[in-house]
Design a protein around this ligand. Structure first.
Ligand code: CA
Length: 226
């Protein structure tokens, strides 16, 4: 398993690298945001550990740019103590988890394992491509086309669509979508789900007012039908 560590504190780099290697991980280190972004874009990793306060480019920008370029490697963000705003912003930008400094290494290892488990499950279940109506989805390239024309979906919209397709025909509750797609609790509300679904419908449906693919199941949630 390969880990990209984007961090500028030498002491932390040394401690983490040493421990991760002894746990059997291959570790690549980047000491500033630009180097981290380049490493993330040009190599494949299983997990990216991303500090927020970095020289040249901060962790938020690195995270956003990776997601915008279709890199969906799980990202664990490192925030400084008390910066709760970091957590909110980081998760909105597409990070999968966060850890507040200072942390116990055992805690970091547990988070990494959880992320690896989650992403392995997703890959095992997912399809390479899928199409319905005039929509075509290429999961490997994270591309969606409608009648052959590329659609501009956000990383979150793509994740929701993927989850719907993996669970097609099932009634999905808003809470389940929050847990499974957003992957954390408390911050967004079920209203957030409705908003994102509305955006997805705008992009996918012929008539978003009368959706055919993403149906509302009153009193329960949503159901995707191809
Ligand atoms: Ca730092």
């Amino acid at each position: 398993m390969k880990i990209l560590l984007v961090e500028d504190e030498e002491g932390l780099i040394f401690t983490l690298t040493d421990r991760l290697i002894s746990e059997g991980y291959k570790v690549t280190t980047a000491r500033d945001g630009e180097a981290g972004l380049n490493a993330g874009l040009n190599n494949s990793f299983d997990v990216i550990i991303l500090d927020i306060m970095l020289p040249k480019k901060n962790g938020f920008d690195v995270c956003r740019e990776l997601r915008a370029k279709g890199i969906f490697t799980p990202i664990l963000m490192l925030t400084a103590k008390g910066e709760t705003i970091d957590k909110v912003v980081g998760l909105k930008l597409g990070a999968d988890d966060y850890l507040t400094k200072p942390f116990e290494i055992i805690e970091l290892l547990a988070r990494i394992e959880a992320l690896l488990r989650r992403s392995t499950n997703t890959i095992a279940n997912s399809l390479e491509s899928y199409s319905f109506g005039d929509i075509e989805i290429d999961f490997r390239r994270a591309e969606v086309k409608k009648s052959g024309i590329p659609l501009d979906l956000s990383a979150m919209e793509f994740k929701i669509l993927q989850y719907f397709i993996e669970h097609r025909g099932e009634v999905l509750k808003r809470d389940e979508l929050l847990d499974e797609v957003w992957g954390y609790d408390a911050m967004p509300t079920t209203r957030t789900v409705d908003v994102h679904i509305a955006w997805l419908r705008q992009k996918l449906e012929e008539n978003p007012r009368y959706p055919v693919y993403i149906q509302t199941v009153h009193g329960f949630g949503y159901k995707f039908t191809a």
